[in-house]
Design a protein around this ligand. Sequence first.
Ligand SMILES: [Zn+2]
Ligand SMILES: [Zn+2]
Length: 133
Amino acid sequence: MGAGYRIRCRSCIYSSEFLLGIGGDPSPFYDHEFTILHPKTRKQVKSVIGHEPIHNIDYEYQLISCEKCHILYSRPIMEIKYGDGQVFTTNKNCSQCKGQGKVIKNLEDNINQLKCPSCKQKTLEVMNFMLWD
Ligand SMILES: [Zn+2]
Ligand SMILES: [Zn+2]
């Protein structure tokens, strides 16, 4: 179950839709879950984990704001528990500028803190537009 949000700016024409929340069912892990990841990330996951046993995978589509260029993007952030109690979390960084990505929790409460990716004003607003599963 997840939710769709439209974020738009009151100062400029910026408007974008994001699907956030859990993207899959919490069934036992199957290899195909990795297909939601970016191919580069998938490679990274495989090289880190190698042949260690995987115990649990959690992932959620998160809204992320780049701290450097301020673009907003949603990405499945995956937490993989493997091996002897190790945890691997997939990359949150901005694909445009490699800046650090910051996960935005409680979007509706925090939308006023975010800068518009386009005009850099803090005049974004959010609308919940649908549920998906
Ligand atoms: Zn960036
Ligand atoms: Zn704007």
